[in-house]
Design a protein around this ligand. Structure first.
Ligand SMILES: [Zn+2]
Length: 795
């Protein structure tokens, strides 16, 4: 990218003004030699369009943007979200921790307004960093962008819920699009979507291939990155014009006009030729642009264009690879299929590993397997046109084929386990999860770019410099030796982006929403996995409060979803940790929820099936009115799993108001819901009695279900009968089971809570889940698969 290009200069100019504003606010001067670029007309127009006010006096504590979601269309007043704000702070790591701490918003009025002290701390950090800047840094757009993001993510510049960094980035992007032609009435939004990603990641079936799966999802992040690079390179735009890129989706602001249209089409053609060759037509890039009037960036019309651009992509997907149709339909020679991905167009397969029984695999799969191990400590990725760079531990080659309009281009992504690779000027250095501004300074390289990756993975103890293997996960698991697979995604994210903020859905706010989602899935999930104790929200419920539960391997985390593996009991706890963290992060807004699914499997169980099972569980959670978790073959709202008493009671009273009365609801000390009951029972059950007790509990749940089924088949005799069976039929049997426990257990005063919990009709719906969970924690070893186990317990 040419740094003399006017678009780059316009963006740089806006960021220089932003950093100058932060300097003034913090009470310091910029070092000598920091010369601003000459002000361009486009910068002034962009500032006016976005009402960008650079006066330091306007800076204040940032309100939580999520508070505004759904507030304009809430039907009842009662579900209106509360008001929250962020403590002013910088994004940074603490001590030896590699990932930044997760900040949680504070609520009015229980919290108080941020004090001068809070602002002072941030100001001091800004001062220190400004003292380190030199005249070269001042011309480095990437560094200044990071500076503003690091220090300007939790303060505003006039509009209370728009972050300093988001308004600055939006203004810079608009200035860049107008740089060549400040008179232009229109601006283009380029939208892209890589489809087929799920097929590429999830359909592999090799044993011990967790790290291949991880490599595949990483590889696709690089493909997304390459599409972004190609767009910016061809449209000659700075990186700040990327509104969002991740999880195969991207949005870029560009100048309107035929030139953009033509170049977007050229990039799409070339990338799709390449994808077709690489993935046998499984992965496809939809890429299109849409023009809108520049006055609309500060109005809700912008979100309508955003949705319209996304819809245009759906049309392209429907006609994907129309140019390569002949190749797809033509009879191709087939060979022995690859054991991992099943592709059959490669004449010669080779063993995946240097072991006697290793399965035969295609070139891509062998590469992915090898790459998997090298991802553990990747700190920098260099994008280069050079094949070899000294010190790189792994290189990935993208060969973009020649098309009628573009030349062949050979690109290598070189992986480094250091954040200081030595490179030539034209190379781009992607610094992985790196918030340290010193690493972006010019003396090291010319084009640094921060790359956020949801990439936590425990290091293997058996195989150095590698990720934890599934064999280790089951070994470290409590109870039954199983790998857990967790999938989660945000409910209705499309709607949230399209209309969540109502009239207030402007470019800077959409930029803010995208950034916050990226932070959660690509930054904070790492923090939460690696440093549990430091990163849980206040008052979170934990089954094992002091455990680290770090035997996890992220397969994918980004966009608005995740796929994570690990020791099954730790995966289960992690799911609850994520849920609680997400809710706190989004200010407990009732309009923003997340659903999840968990499956358990043996190490030899095919990965694609385990992925499918957790996907099915997640689907069931979505089908349960969302905001739910599917696990152990059952699905409940998160609040029912977690035993949030008010929500459990509300749910009961909503449906059964005439049946139950509030008075019957057990007292505070009696656990209600799954999580608290499991928690108290596992501490009370004496080994030796546990097994038969749990068996009885399950048998009771089964009797009850059978009775309900029978009743549903027949005509109901009287309307309350179904409820009587559902909530009271089991009570005598539970009482009998409890009575058979040894006297010593029953005499324990704590046991009274257990007795009341199990005899409460409010816990009746959760019986099976409680018993299954405890049973799995108690099982030390057997050979049935997770699914068989669940079925065995179910029958
Ligand atoms: Zn393969």
């Amino acid at each position: 990218m040419s740094n003399t290009k006017s678009a780059y200069k316009a963006a740089l100019g806006v960021f220089q003004q932003a950093v100058r504003t932060l300097a003034t606010w913090s009470g310091t001067n910029l070092p000598d030699g920091c010369e601003d670029v000459a002000s361009l007309e486009a910068m002034e127009i962009a500032k006016e369009l976005l009402s960008w006010q650079s006066e330091a006096d306007n800076i204040g504590a940032l309100r939580l943007l999520f508070d505004g979601i759904g507030s304009s269309n809430s039907e009842s007043e009662s579900i209106k979200p509360k008001r929250h704000y962020w403590q002013p702070q910088a994004i940074e790591t603490v001590g030896e921790e590699f990932y930044p701490r997760i900040p949680y918003p504070l609520s009015y009025p229980t919290g108080s307004d941020p004090t001068d002290m809070d602002f002072e701390k941030l100001k001091q950090k800004i001062q220190e960093q400004i003292r380190n800047l030199n005249k070269y840094d001042w011309q480095n757009l990437a560094l200044l962008t990071l500076f503003v993001e690091k220090f300007g993510s939790y303060i505003h510049l006039g509009e209370e819920d728009v972050a300093f960094t988001d308004i600055t980035k939006s203004t810079a992007a608009i200035a860049a699009t107008l740089a060549e032609n400040p008179e232009a009435e229109n601006i283009a939004l380029v939208a892209g979507d890589l489809s087929g990603i799920q097929n590429f990641i999830y359909t592999i079936s090799s044993d011990g291939a967790l790290k291949s799966l991880r490599a595949r999802s990483f590889y696709l992040e690089l493909v997304t990155e390459e599409v972004v690079q190609q767009l910016l390179q061809n449209l000659e735009l700075p990186r700040t014009n990327v509104v969002y890129a991740g999880g195969g989706n991207l949005y870029v602001l560009a100048p309107a006009g035929e030139d953009t249209q033509r170049k977007v089409a050229q990039v799409r053609e070339q990338i799709n030729h390449w994808l077709f060759d690489c993935f046998q037509g499984k992965v496809f890039l939809a890429l299109d642009h849409l023009e809108f009037h520049r006055n609309n960036i500060q109005s809700k019309e912008f979100s309508e264009y955003w949705s319209a651009a996304t819809k245009k992509l759906a049309k392209q997907k429907a006609r994907k690879f129309e140019n390569q149709l002949q190749t797809l339909l033509g009879k191709q020679t087939t060979y022995e299929p690859c054991r991992v991905c099943h592709r059959d167009d490669e004449p010669k397969l080779h063993p995946l590993r240097q072991e006697p029984d290793s399965p035969l695999a295609c070139k891509t799969c062998r590469e992915m397997f090898e790459l998997g191990g090298d991802l553990l400590k990747v700190k920098a990725i260099v994008r280069s046109h050079r094949k070899d760079i000294r010190g790189s531990c792994h290189s990935i080659h993208f060969q973009l084929p020649a098309t009628p309009s573009l030349n062949q281009e050979d690109i290598w992504y070189h992986l480094f386990d250091s954040d200081k690779p030595v490179v030539v000027e034209s190379d781009t250095v992607l610094l992985v999860d790196n918030w340290n501004i010193d690493n972006y300074q010019f003396k090291l390289f010319k084009n640094p770019v921060p790359l956020l990756l949801g990439n936590y993975g425990k290091e293997s103890e058996q195989e150095q410099s590698n990720f934890i293997r599934s064999e280790e996960m089951v070994e470290y698991a409590e109870g039954i030796p199983r790998v857990g697979y967790l999938r989660m995604d945000v409910d209705n994210l499309g709607t949230i982006f399209a209309q969540g903020l109502g009239e207030a859905q402007t470019l800077p706010r959409l930029t803010g929403l995208s950034r916050q989602m990226s932070y959660f899935f690509k930054v904070y999930l790492n923090s939460l996995a690696a440093n549990r104790q430091e990163n849980m929200p206040p008052n979170a419920r934990k089954l094992t409060p002091s455990a680290k539960r770090e035997n996890l391997l992220f397969i994918y985390a980004g966009g608005d979803d995740l796929f994570i593996s690990g020791s099954w009991n730790e995966v289960v706890e992690f799911a609850f940790d994520i849920y609680q963290s997400f809710r706190s992060h989004t200010g407990y807004n009732p309009n923003i929820s997340i659903s999840g699914g968990i499956s358990l499997a043996e190490t030899k169980f095919p990965l694609y099936q385990a992925a499918e099972e957790s996907g099915d569980a997640e689907e069931k959670a979505k089908g349960n009115g969302r905001d739910s978790l599917g696990m152990f073959g059952q699905v409940f709202k998160w609040d029912e799993w977690l035993g949030n008493r008010d929500r459990v009671l509300d749910a009961f009273l909503q449906n059964l108001e005439n049946y139950f009365s509030r008075e019957e609801f057990p007292q505070e000390e009696v656990p209600i819901g799954i999580f608290p009951t499991v928690d108290i029972l596992r501490n009370q059950l004496e080994i030796g009695y546990a097994r038969s007790f749990l068996r009885n509990l399950l048998a009771t749940a089964q009797l009850q279900e059978k009775a309900i089924e029978d009743l549903e088949e027949k005509q109901k005799i009287y309307p309350e009968q179904d409820k009587d069976l559902r909530y009271y039929l089991h009570l005598p049997k539970v009482a009998y089971t409890l009575a058979r426990l040894p006297q010593t257990m029953r005499d324990n005063p704590e046991f009274e809570k257990v007795r009341k919990a199990l005899l409460s009709p409010y816990n009746a719906p959760y019986f099976r889940a409680i018993a299954t969970w405890l049973e799995l924690l108690n099982r030390s070893s057997d050979t049935t698969t997770g699914k068989e186990k669940e079925e065995e317990l179910r029958s």
